[in-house]
Structures are given as structure tokens and as C-alpha cells.
Design a protein around this ligand. Structure first.
Ligand code: 2M8
Length: 448
């Protein structure tokens, strides 16, 4: 019999409860109410956290994510739960119309930060040797097919960087550079009418997210509508970069996505080498080209990395947390590393009481409570901690790890947090926050 206790629930216990509650058989949804389906990078973070205590479930999480893979290699950003009648979202994609998409399950038709190989490597390291080999043998061809798809379909001109066609692909959905690019697009007449007459607020009544979270913490109605319009337009082109009309599409070489791709390429090489099936020279050349292309995203005057418009070659010079991710990719020179570290420690920009804000405090777009426009996210902090450790910045990494865990202990495993006062925002029981909390708790010295 359980003895009643007044002890506060430990962050580890709370995190485990969230991952149990959000479990849907083999996979885990990000949040039971707000996000009832499976998302690509969410599942990768969940698998990395679960690898600490339940590697078999972690392996199952990645296997089930890969059941959504298309025959052309695409790993879609969403795999829809058959049990949730979310007709609105499925209608945007209509994936089963594509001959390459799975027949028995609905998915989206775009991708998300490609962390699957990173997660597979970590999960493999946690499995017993025999299970590890079987798991890696099973996933390696799927991972290679995915990375080949990325280079074939999204870097057709061999620029070295992957081009994204929708902000949902970058994961930092409403991040300022993408929203500014979206605002420049010609809008359909009805959208101009809705914006002109300020009717967008009406949309709030039919939105799903604001049923669960205050509207002030979510994407604005205008940005939300523009994202939907873009998705519908992309559908007309079969979600294919080579068929998108240049004037009414957004094509961005996204900083966060490409930085995480470099880390994933490295993980893929490691898995392949372990199995004695090295990556072929052609794919290896593509990997090297991505690393080299990072210098084209560096703005020396600003001392930061930015995303780039793939059509005009212009850098999208709105500062965001993504600038720190190349530290993990290992592509920064000593001078670039120094400047990024100074920027990270800057208390008026990126180091408030609860770092690291998704948009710096001094940027005009900064909003401490609105989704990807300023709040602190545990997955970004976790990735920055990996980068700091890779550069031997163990004290700063430890400081950020401690502050991140303080935030989760005080506010609970929320989706995001105010960088100013640590208030918990968005979904309350959010899977990647819970999973990465477990990883950070299990890994004080960065040995993992
Ligand atoms: C958010 O994105 C989805 C669309 O993909 C949404 O707003 O409905 C983002 O934070 C994204 O990075 C995340 O993967 C997803 C589920 O947590 O939610």
C-alpha cells in the first residue's frame, strides 16, 4: 500500500509520469490534448530520454516513427494517430494520394529536423549488444534512404544546404525569419479581406490549440492563416521543391535544420562504420559539402549565423537561438566559437534569468510568452549543452544544465517557459521536456 506523503514529486518522477501518460502503445505523443499524433523530432527527443531507463521502449519509439517513412525515403514530420478524428489536419496533406506514401496510415508530406540518426545511435548505445546490432541493422537502410531523399529532393543544385518549404519543417515554427518571409508572399484575396477587416480573430473559434492554451501563448491568427495558405499552395505542387512556383512559395536554407543535419550525418557515419557498411563516397561528399556551406550562413558583422533565402541568397538577419546550434555541428572556427560564446553569455540578449530565449530580449519581435518568439525551450537548451560540451565549455554547459533543470522543477515539464520569470507555458505535460529532463538528470558530467 502506498503511504501518503507530503514530499513534492521529484522532476524525474514527474517526467516518467508524463511519458507514461502520453504513451500510445509503441509511440509517444507530445501532449495528450494539444498534440495527439506522432511528430518526428519529438519522437527523437523522447527516444533519447527513454534510452536512459527503457532502451527497448526507446527503440520501439523510433521503429514506429519509421513506419511512416515513404518509399522515396521521406520521413514525414507527422504520423497521424488512427484513433484521433483530426480530419482538419489530415485534409491538408491527403498523403494517401501520393503513390510513395504508406497505404495503411496517414502522414504529413513534409519533414522536420532530421534527428533520427542521432537518436538511433544513442538508443543503440543503450541496448544490449545483440539487440543493438539487430536494431541498427534494421534502421540503417531507412536512415540512409532518408538522408539520400534530403539531398536529392531538397538540395537539387548541390549547394550543400537543405532547403525547407514550410516553417513546420524547421520545428521553430513561428520563428521571426520564417514569419517575415511568409509576410512577403502575395496572399489570396480572401486572406487580404480577412486581414484588412481584422476578421482573423474569428479563426480563434475554430482553432484546436486555443481550446487548450491561451491565445497569447500561441501563434497569432495572421501567422497561423499564412502557414495554412502556404501548406495548401504546397499541396498543389505535390509538396515538391522542384515544382513550387517561385513567386508564391518560401524556400529557405534553414540554419537549425542544417546544423542538426550535420550532427545526424555524423551519427549515420558512426552507425554505418560500426556495422561495417561505410557510407558511399557520393553521399559522403554531400555530407562534407553541408559542413563547408556553413561559412555562407555566417554574418561576420553581426557575429552570428542566419538562415538564407534559397532563391535570393540573402541572409535572413533576424537573430534567434538557432545561431548556437552550429556549435554542436562542429563547423565553427575558433574565432566564431568565441563570438558565439560571448553572445550566449550576454545578459541583455541571450542570458536572462532563465536562458536561452528563442529570440533575444532586445529584438523587436521578442515576446516572452508567445510560441517560438521568445520563450525558452528545453530541446534548444539541451542541444546547446551538447555544443558547449563538444567545445570543452563544461562550466557553462553545467550552468545551463542546472538552470534548465531548475526551470522544469519549479514550473513542471511544460512545453516552453518565460525566459524572464520562468513561468511554464503552452502544453503542461510535454513529452520532449520530460524526456530531456531525464537525460539531463542522468548525465551531470556530459559523459553520455
Ligand atoms: C509545433 O508544431 C506543430 C506543427 O508541426 C503545431 O504547431 O501544431 C512545433 O513546436 C514543433 O517543433 C513540434 O514538433 C510540434 C509538436 O510538439 O509542435
Amino acid at each position: 500500500m502506498e503511504v501518503p506523503t507530503s514530499e513534492p514529486v521529484s522532476p524525474a518522477r514527474r517526467a516518467e509520469e508524463v511519458l507514461a501518460r502520453n504513451r500510445r502503445g509503441d509511440w509517444t505523443c507530445p501532449s495528450s490534448e494539444l498534440y495527439p499524433h506522432q511528430w518526428l523530432w519529438d519522437s527523437c527527443f523522447v527516444a533519447m530520454g527513454l534510452a536512459r531507463s527503457d532502451p527497448a521502449r526507446a527503440a520501439g519509439e523510433l521503429r514506429s516513427l519509421l513506419r511512416g517513412q515513404w518509399s522515396n525515403g521521406l520521413v514525414p514530420h507527422m504520423v497521424f494517430s488512427p484513433d484521433v478524428p483530426d480530419v482538419g489536419s489530415r485534409r491538408i496533406w491527403q498523403s494517401t494520394r501520393h503513390p510513395e506514401a504508406p497505404r495503411d496510415i496517414h502522414t504529413s508530406c513534409i519533414t522536420q529536423p532530421p534527428l533520427v540518426a542521432v537518436a538511433a545511435l544513442r538508443v543503440g548505445q543503450a541496448l544490449e549488444p545483440a539487440d543493438r546490432r539487430a536494431f541498427l541493422v534494421e534502421v540503417l537502410p531507412k536512415l540512409i534512404a532518408y538522408h539520400r531523399w534530403l539531398y536529392r529532393e531538397r538540395d537539387p543544385h548541390r549547394r550543400g544546404l537543405i532547403t525547407l518549404i514550410h516553417p513546420w519543417e524547421c520545428g521553430l515554427d513561428t520563428t521571426p525569419p520564417w514569419m517575415v518571409a511568409l509576410r512577403r508572399l502575395p496572399q489570396p484575396w480572401w486572406m487580404r479581406l480577412v486581414t484588412g477587416l481584422r476578421l482573423a480573430r474569428v479563426v480563434r473559434f475554430v482553432r484546436r490549440d486555443t481550446r487548450f492554451v491561451p491565445a497569447a501563448e500561441r501563434v497569432s491568427e495572421d501567422d497561423g492563416l499564412r502557414m495554412l495558405v502556404l501548406a495548401h499552395r504546397a499541396r498543389r505542387s505535390g509538396f515538391r521543391l522542384d515544382r513550387l512556383p517561385p513567386d508564391s512559395s518560401v524556400q529557405i536554407e534553414d540554419l537549425a535544420f542544417n546544423a542538426l543535419l550535420v550532427v545526424s550525418n555524423r551519427a549515420l557515419r558512426e552507425i554505418a562504420a560500426e556495422l561495417g557498411e561505410p557510407i558511399d563516397a557520393e553521399l559522403g561528399e554531400r555530407f562534407a559539402a553541408t559542413e563547408q556551406a556553413f561559412d555562407e550562413l555566417w554574418d561576420d558583422r553581426a557575429g552570428q549565423y542566419f538562415s538564407r533565402d534559397a532563391r535570393t541568397d540573402a541572409l535572413l538577419t533576424m537573430p534567434t537561438v538557432a545561431t548556437f546550434l552550429p556549435l554542436w555541428s562542429g563547423v565553427t572556427s575558433a574565432a566564431q566559437t568565441e563570438r558565439l560564446l560571448a553572445l550566449l553569455r550576454d545578459t541583455v540578449r541571450f542570458w536572462p534569468a532563465y536562458p536561452v530565449p528563442s529570440v533575444p530580449l532586445d529584438a523587436p519581435e521578442f515576446d516572452p510568452t508567445r510560441y517560438w518568439k521568445g520563450p525558452t525551450w528545453v530541446n534548444m537548451n539541451w542541444a546547446i549543452i551538447q555544443g558547449l560540451r563538444a567545445h570543452g565549455e563544461t562550466d557553462l554547459a553545467e550552468e545551463l544544465r542546472r538552470r534548465t533543470l531548475d526551470l522544469v522543477t519549479q514550473a513542471g515539464p511544460c512545453e516552453y517557459f518565460s525566459p524572464l520569470d520562468g513561468e511554464g507555458l503552452g502544453a503542461e505535460d510535454f513529452s520532449w521536456t520530460a524526456a530531456l529532463t531525464l537525460d539531463l538528470l542522468a548525465d551531470p558530467g556530459g559523459a553520455g
